[in-house]
Design a protein around this ligand. Structure first.
Ligand SMILES: Nc1ncnc2c1ncn2[C@@H]1O[C@H](COP(=O)(O)OP(=O)(O)OP(=O)(O)O)[C@@H](O)[C@H]1O
Ligand SMILES: [Mg+2]
Length: 1014
């Protein structure tokens, strides 16, 4: 019986009037009735301000009780929307209490129209009492219901509640969620033997976790040794302590499906499993009511419950990760109760889940995290700092004997056989179980599990040699239909439903499989669902079938997955590709890998690269005569080369040479240009400047020769960047102008690599103009910003970063309040939407700006930030070409703090490095300036001479014509040198020329410096 009632309906009536109340109630009844029907119940009665529903008759079976629980939670979820609306419109809090009770009802009447109170008064009364003690918005279940559903749901602690009007206290428990633990209802477990030490270690960790000290436990061991069993035992300990357990199971066929494990775990933790899209989204929002709505959309997307009609905001994968990390952390910290998170079979985890879980979900977790894997796994979980490892060894001889004795029973006729089994199982409990099942199926053992007898002569009985062989023998013994069902199910995965089997063209026969304990039924209502009793059974069933049969099943399954959820085709692309590849349908698999990569590009670039890698492998293996082979080999390589710099690894070398060769053969200039642009970025980020300039010129020429404006625009940013870093300002000017002309005022034209090529080109034109002393630069620096801001956050950050990172140290701009405000604003925006590179870049700009301020506190902040940024760039191998300028200003702070000698050594080596790599005329200007000034301040032996030499070197560096920035810097530096030398009249001449030039050019930084000169 389910009883739902509106809290304080009388007060509500008084507030909104009876007319509106009727309206609200009608809506409420519709919603709840729909949920009840969906869960297989019958709405029996409307009680004026509530609803009464019945599940199952005549006897309350556990399945009915489970369904009633699902309905009760579903009602609370489904009414949340109405609640919000009513709150908004009528300003009242509409909340429901729901109560559940189970028991015998009168047969025949349930579901008919005339179910009278009197007939089942007692049960209804109890359900109603449960309802009356439920907190608003919650569900209470009676002891009888709790008993029936305790395996299938999460319940709160048992409480004694007092009911109005009686003084008898009764038992009740709060219904928390459906537990998606796959422990099947009523699964028979053998008695746990041994593992005492492991259990007490785990118990200790659980109790510590309850005391606020989280831990990560890794349970390692061979297949069948008892990892999952240990986890189930931990779950049982948790239940006693009222601790929730959330689990994610990795599977062999999902190891290539991105986000699989992490989504599973979070779906369990948020309780959205089994809810439809809208209900799931409501549920998530209820749990994190204060979260930023855009963050919640990202979470929806991760959980796979995003509303297909709501566009996911364009946010770089790095920013997604950053924001999800912060969101989940906040959600977890606000969580009152301890939880255990379980990741099972991590040897099959997908890469992005592995990195997300180990990077930000697990560190500093206040929870207990349990991970299981087999010994061959070497991934990131094995390196979690401070994790506890529980390595499961085989059971000892006496433990194995005890287990076998338990499986066989006390009858003396099985003793000898038992010894044989124990010896063969060699301490592997699953092997022992399977051997016993095998013997029972063969009739060697007679009777019931735990009470067998045997008439066989032990020496005559053959026993399979391995666990796999035992399972194979058992599968072999099945009827053809059952075997066929098992084979098809093995292709589907560890959990499967009858509907999908039917789609695969299999007439499902499951009774024998359940009876043989090869599979367990886990869902009884509506569509029955099953899971393999053990991953090894699935593996053997999978391997045992004919390759051609299996391929056919994979092919059908791929089609079925696509057909079943066409709106999720992109999300499922990796899985579909996997099945098609297993089906040997390589062309189709290639297409789906490429599609999976495109889907992942906005979510996790490393994941996208995995898919391109798979596609490349398929293409390479195609027969030479395949007409599409070359094009198919080029496409994924192009993307792999084009994006390599984004994952900060040096991977482009060989692959790029292959791409070059293939493109040359196919005459594909566009792909080569894209790949080359990626390589330019890679070289620049790795500070391989000598290679940047020629490659950039080549790529520019290629792009131009294709004659496609979109391509040229799209590639412009990396290529102009390459030219900036090579300090070729005439080229920067020429290209920026080309881009501005081609874009023809359209800010999003060519936006396939960066969101707004035009705004960036306007900014870089402004930079080239001030370097070359051409007019119009202030307008350029000003105009790029609003355009980028309206179109693309990363471009905006790029524009602001470029403007100030270079403009302030060079003395073109001043580090005034406005500059700081703009940089901080761009940083905030970048942190929400842009990749780590952009964020690092804009943080560097902020650090430099702060280190140019007067106030010590600001400079201090700048120095700390600069040190942090420098470290991150170094660690991640990013923006290394820009690192020297940060290092020089950090050294200057050191000098100011008094450590002048070390600081000068650092400056000297940085300036030398810039000289050697041909970049004196980029960062080398400001860097030489800092060095000279510091040397002159120290005024030790030889310092003046060294300063002079540095200035001469700068003056002699070969450069484009008309580099006015160098001219103005030389004036300033000569002024400093001559002043130090005490050469007054010459000094004054330089000082005045410097000031005049600064004024003519409008370089505000220089103007300020000039005015500060005595
Ligand atoms: N100590 C034990 N006492 C009794 N039975 C056990 C024990 N350990 C494991 N078993 C039983 O052995 C079977 C296999 O154990 P389990 O599924 O935990 O293996 P596993 O290590 O998780 O294997 P896999 O790596 O394949 O997942 C289960 O039926 C389990 O109940
Ligand atoms: Mg296991």
């Amino acid at each position: 019986m389910l009883f739902a009632d509106v809290v304080h309906s009388m007060n509500i009536a008084a507030t909104v009037g009876s007319e509106r109340l009727r309206e609200i109630m009608a809506e409420l009844v519709n919603i709840t009735a729909a949920v009840v029907r969906r869960c297989g119940g019958t709405v029996d009665k409307f009680t004026g301000d509530g609803i009464m529903a019945v599940f199952g008759a005549p006897v309350a079976m556990e399945d009915h009780a489970v369904r009633a629980c699902r309905a009760a939670l579903g009602i609370q979820d489904a009414t949340a929307r109405l609640t919000a609306e009513v709150k908004h419109r009528d300003g009242i809090d509409l909340r429901l209490r729901v109560g559940l009770n189970s028991g015998q009802v009168i047969a025949g009447e349930v579901g008919s129209t005339s179910l009278g109170y009197t007939a089942i008064g007692e049960q209804v009364g109890m359900a109603q009492r449960m309802e009356s003690v439920a907190p608003p918005g919650e569900v209470m279940v009676s002891a009888s219901t709790a008993r029936l559903v305790e395996d299938a749901v999460a319940l709160g602690a048992a409480e004694l509640v007092h009911i109005k009007g009686t003084d008898r206290a009764i038992h009740a428990q709060r219904l928390l969620s459906m537990s998606e633990e796959r422990r099947p209802v009523g699964r028979a477990e053998s008695k746990l033997v041994g593992r005492g030490r492991e259990m007490s270690a785990l118990e200790g960790l659980l109790d510590r976790a309850l005391g606020g000290h989280g831990a990560v436990v890794e349970v390692v061991g061979e297949p069948g040794i008892g990892k999952s069993r240990l986890v189930r035992e931990v779950a049982a300990m948790a239940a006693v302590r009222d601790v929730e357990v959330f689990s994610a199971f990795c599977e062999s066929h999902t190891s290539q499906v991105p986000f699989h494990a992490v989504a599973r775990l979070l779906r369990a933790a948020t309780g959205v499993e089994g809810l439809d899209g809208q209900a799931a989204r409501t549920r998530v929002r209820d749990q994190i009511p204060d979260a930023d709505p855009e963050d919640v959309l990202l979470l929806d997307d991760l959980l796979g419950i995003a509303d297909p009609i709501t566009a996911i905001p364009a946010i770089d994968p790095d920013a997604r990760r950053r924001r999800l990390a912060a969101l989940l952390n906040a959600a977890r910290l606000s969580r009152q109760r301890l939880a255990i998170y379980v990741v099972e079979d991590a040897h099959w985890i997908d890469e992005v889940s592995e990195s997300m879980l180990t990077d930000f979900l697990i560190p500093q977790t206040p929870a207990l995290v349990v991970v299981t894997y087999r010994p061959e796994y070497q991934g990131a979980f094995t390196r979690v700092a401070g994790a506890h490892t529980v390595a499961l060894a085989p059971l000892s001889d006496s433990e194995t004997a005890a287990l076998v004795a338990h499986l066989l029973g006390p009858e003396p006729s099985v003793d000898a056989l038992g010894r044989r089994v124990a010896e063969r199982a060699a301490g592997n409990p699953f092997f022992a179980e399977e051997l016993v099942r095998d013997l029972a199926e063969r009739g060697v053992l007679q009777g019931e599990p735990g009470a067998y007898a045997s008439a066989a002569e032990v020496s005559e009985v053959s026993v399979p040699a391995t666990l796999q062989a035992t399972i194979a023998a058992r599968i072999d013994r099945l009827d053809p239909e059952a075997k066929h069902t098992l084979s098809a199910a093995a292709v589907i995965g560890s959990r499967f439903g009858l509907d999908l089997l039917t789609v695969l063209g299999v007439e499902p026969v499951t009774a024998d499989l359940v009876a043989a304990q090869l599979v367990d039924q886990v869902e009884f209502s509506g569509q029955p669902e099953y899971v393999f009793h053990h991953p090894l059974i699935r593996a053997v069933a999978y391997e045992a079938q004919l390759k051609s049969d299996r391929a056919e099943l994979h092919r059908r399954l791929a089609a079925a997955i696509e057909a079943r959820e066409p709106e999720s085709a992109d999300q499922n692309a990796a899985l579909i590709a996997e099945h098609l590849e297993a089906a040997g349908d390589l062309h189709a698999a290639y297409g789906w890998h490429m599609r999976a990569a495109a889907w992942a590009t906005n979510r996790d670039i490393a994941t996208a690269r995995l898919s391109w890698g798979r596609a490349q492998k398929i293409a390479d293996a195609l027969p030479a005569e395949d007409p599409n082979r070359t094009a198919m080999r080029i496409a994924p390589r192009t993307m792999l080369c084009g994006t390599a710099w984004r994952v900060h690894v040096n991977v482009t070398g060989d692959r790029f040479d292959e791409l070059r060769e293939l493109c040359a053969a196919a005459g594909d200039k566009a792909s080569l240009a894209i790949g080359m642009a990626g390589l330019v970025m890679d070289h620049a980020h790795q500070d391989r400047m000598r290679e940047v300039s020629p490659l950039t010129s080549e790529a520019m020429a290629l792009a131009e020769s294709v004659g496609d404006a979109t391509l040229t625009l799209g590639l412009s940013f990396p290529l102009i960047y390459g030219k900036i870093e090579s300090a070729e300002w005439c080229e920067v000017l020429r290209w920026s102008q080309t881009v501005i002309d081609l874009a023809d005022g359209d800010p999003s034209k060519g936006n396939f690599l960066v969101g707004c090529p035009l705004a960036l080109a306007i900014t870089t034109r402004g930079m080239a103009r001030y370097w070359l002393g051409r007019p119009g630069w202030p307008e350029d620096l000003r105009d790029g910003q609003p355009m980028a801001r309206g179109v693309d956050p990363a471009s905006y950050a790029g524009v602001v970063g470029y403007t100030y990172l270079m403009g302030i140290p060079l003395g073109v701009l001043r580090p005034d309040d406005r500059a700081l405000y703009e940089i901080e604003d761009a940083l905030r925006i970048a942190e929400r939407s842009s990749d780590d590179t952009v964020v690092g870049y804009i943080r560097a700009a902020l650090a430099l700006a702060l280190m140019h301020r007067q106030k010590a506190a600001e400079r201090d902040r700048g120095q700390k930030l600069g040190a942090e940024v420098g470290e991150v760039l170094l660690n991640q191998g990013r923006n290394l070409c820009d690192l020297p300028i940060i290092e020089v200003y950090l050294a200057r702070e050191r000098a100011i703090a008094g450590d002048r000698d070390d600081a000068i050594a650092l400056m000297r080596s940085t300036v030398d490095h810039l000289f050697r790599t041909g970049r004196l005329l980029l960062w080398g200007l400001a860097a030489t300036g800092v060095l000279v000034q510091t040397l002159l301040d120290r005024a030790g032996d030889g310092d003046a001479a060294e300063a002079e030499a540095a200035v001469e070197r700068l003056a002699a560096a070969p450069a484009d014509e008309g580099l006015v920035i160098r001219e103005i810097w030389l004036l300033r530096l000569h002024a400093l040198l001559t002043r130090a030398r005490g050469d007054d009249s010459v000094y004054r001449e330089y000082r005045d020329r410097h000031r005049d030039m600064a004024k003519t050019l409008g370089f505000e930084g220089h103007i300020a410096w000039a005015e500060a000169m005595p």
